[in-house]
Design a protein around this ligand. Structure first.
Ligand SMILES: *[C@@H]1O[C@H](CO)[C@@H](O)[C@H](O)[C@H]1NC(C)=O
Ligand SMILES: *[C@@H]1O[C@H](CO)[C@@H](O)[C@H](O)[C@H]1NC(C)=O
Length: 351
């Protein structure tokens, strides 16, 4: 009897909390409809952001890895890039079901995640973003995309895909440091390569530039969603100093903050669509960023390598035949997407 009443009370509390949060979300949507947050798409893209961490290049290239299924089934990689020199990894491919090119970047695989996070406190805004007066970014984040094997390989693969599929949409994603790289990539595609339909969606990314840079990115890549899980520490870094709005690191919009509400066994995750400032004080900034475990799992999907602190990779000799390496030993596996389209066409013809 007592037990039953207590349960009922828990439910009542939960639902009133839900009502409050739901109301807020609706109002935000009415005031400012763009960019549209699509939860289904978030759950698909987080799987790509997770798969790019895999170390077995053969399984990744053939899309048969343990994380290469579920909502990403049928994905075809055009180019898989491993920058051994800087311990970075990314891929470009075509997802027929999304009718889009998907580009994903891996987060840091440095020796210790703790050290990487501690270093984030001290990153300076030390580089002028080219072509944009007053936009400042951190040189290291910028270079990881702009000054490694990744950029030329990504651009090359996008070009190949567009020759074949026309001007289809491009979705760029990544987790943590990979989210930072995804942001620079999306902006590069929009500003320098005439890509028109770009969706940028990142998970647990750090701040990468000042407020001028944030407005620049929002202007050129309006469909941008930056997902933050609960108390994830990384999106709180490098720190935001509200007393120096022009000088401090500032996130771009639009944050979607995931947090749990409920009591005991009745826990429900709210996905709160935040305001257009990028630094909505009622979203993740309303709590302390003090969790590493919240950083490593989004939507119940693991976002870390199969082993830490290694730039290890595994590959069989057949896969190697698709590869080329540069002077620094970096590896690019690529495949002409035309072959798979031919296969598709043949199948259609037979049917
Ligand atoms: C959300 O994204 C999924 C996957 O791309 C798509 O099928 C669905 O139509 C989208 N929903 C809306 C409301 O746009
Ligand atoms: C790009 O990388 C090279 C070698 O890794 C380095 O010497 C050069 O200073 C870098 N340039 C920038 C702008 O970071």
């Amino acid at each position: 009897m007592v037990m039953g009443r207590f349960r009922w009370l828990k439910l009542a509390v939960l639902f009133s909390l839900l009502a409050v949060c739901g109301g807020r979300e609706l109002r935000a949507t009415h005031k400012d409809p763009l960019p549209f947050y699509n939860r289904t798409l978030a759950k698909i893209l987080v799987e790509y952001a997770s798969a790019v961490y895999m170390t077995d290049l053969t399984e990744l290239f053939t899309w048969t890895c343990s994380r290469c299924n579920d909502m990403t089934k049928g994905f075809e990689i055009i180019e898989l890039i491993v920058d051994i020199q800087h311990c970075l990894q990314g891929f470009v491919g075509v997802a027929q079901d999304l009718n889009a090119i998907v580009i994903a970047f891996r987060g840091t695989q440095e020796h210790s995640l703790q050290n990487w996070i501690e270093d984030l406190f001290w990153k300076q805004l030390d580089l002028n973003y080219p072509g944009m007066p007053d936009a400042m970014v951190h040189h290291g984040f910028y270079s990881a995309y702009h000054n490694t094997t990744l950029r030329p390989a990504v651009l090359d693969a996008v070009k190949k895909a567009r020759q074949l599929y026309g001007d289809i949409g491009i979705m760029v994603t990544g987790h943590s440091m990979g989210g930072a790289m995804a942001s620079f990539c999306a902006l590069d595609l929009a500003v320098n390569h005439g890509a028109r339909i770009i969706q940028l969606m990142t998970f647990g990314q750090p701040r990468i530039g000042n407020s001028d840079f944030a407005s620049y990115l929002s202007k050129h890549v309006p469909n941008t969603i930056r997902i933050v899980n609960d108390h994830d520490i990384v999106p709180h870094l490098p720190p935001y100093y509200s007393h120096f709005p022009k000088k401090t690191y500032t996130h771009f919009a639009r944050e979607v903050w995931l947090f749990d509400i409920g009591l005991g066994s009745l826990v429900y995750t709210v996905e709160k669509v935040c305001d257009g400032s990028g630094e909505d004080p009622t979203c993740s900034r309303s709590v302390a960023g003090n969790s590493i475990s919240d950083h490593l799992k989004y939507f119940d999907v693991n976002l870390k390598g199969d082993s830490w602190g290694s730039c290890r990779m595994v590959m069989d000799s057949h896969t190697l035949s698709y590869g080329r390496t540069d002077l620094n030993g970096n590896i690019i596996l690529s495949r002409n997407p035309a072959t798979s389209v031919l296969k598709l066409n043949t199948q259609t013809a037979v049917l």
